[in-house]
Design a protein around this ligand. Sequence first.
Ligand code: AP5
Length: 254
Amino acid sequence: MYEAGGPFPCHNQAQAVTAPEAGLECKKASLLQWGGMNIVIVGPPGAGKGTQADRLSAWMKVPHIASGDFFRAELRAGTTLGLKAQAYIDKGQLVPDELTTSMILNRISMPDCAAGVILDGYPRTLPQARALDAALAQEATGRTIDMVLLLTVKEETVVHRMVDRISCANCGKVYNLTYKPPREPGKCDRCGHNLYVRSDDKLATLQERLQIYRAETTPMIEYYEQRNLVHSFNGERDMDLVFKELQECIASHG
Ligand code: AP5
């Protein structure tokens, strides 16, 4: 069972959203219709899931729930869960389902998730997707996963992005030294905390993560494809453009 060591990391749903989404201001009224939308964002390591989920969370004003960020927060807090998870994360392996699933299901049962969530990094295996479905089906509201947003990128792109990734240890915001540098080197634009390089962003670990994605996550995507829930996006494109496409897809769904 999940034993939380501190507050759940939950990103910026209350923050203002900038430039690219301004063009969709007119669709703000649609936000009301999106109440209750539960979205899964999926893709290989470095596809831009965290980057886009963070922006969508701010735009839709629903929590961004990232399983990897949970584990990293637990590790920083020095909890048993964090230490157990680190052994897997540093090898590029999946943290066992009994730790991951209870942690996420506990989080999405909280009141702030009733009006919808963006799930980033969970589910990422078929058993996790089935566990999520079963848990949602037991809720009184009978909510389900509404959309799965798949970001596709080539593996060579992933490697290129990872070597330049830096992240905020406090709020989880993600930067890239080439594509999205912070305004002040080493400091988070959003909260001012120090930026760091993730321990699993090493080439050998990355190869393992990519292999696990192919073996474990691909069947999960097929599971959602059979239900016509998957919307695929070219994650190679500029991050503002990807975001705009995601917004348009969600807006047309709402
Ligand atoms: P997790 O943290 O979820 O890692 P991941 O899935 O491998 O994905 P990343 O966070 O590495 O990449 P991302 O797609 O979010 O890309 P980002 O936006 O950062 O999980 C880590 C570990 O925790 C797992 O390996 C596992 O051990 C464990 N774990 C987590 N969930 C689990 C689960 N459900 N079950 C079991 N174990 C679990 O972008 C990457 C870089 O690219 C950044 O620098 C960004 O600025 C840049 N970038 C983004 N988009 C673009 C773009 N369009 N153009 C140029 N650069 C871009």
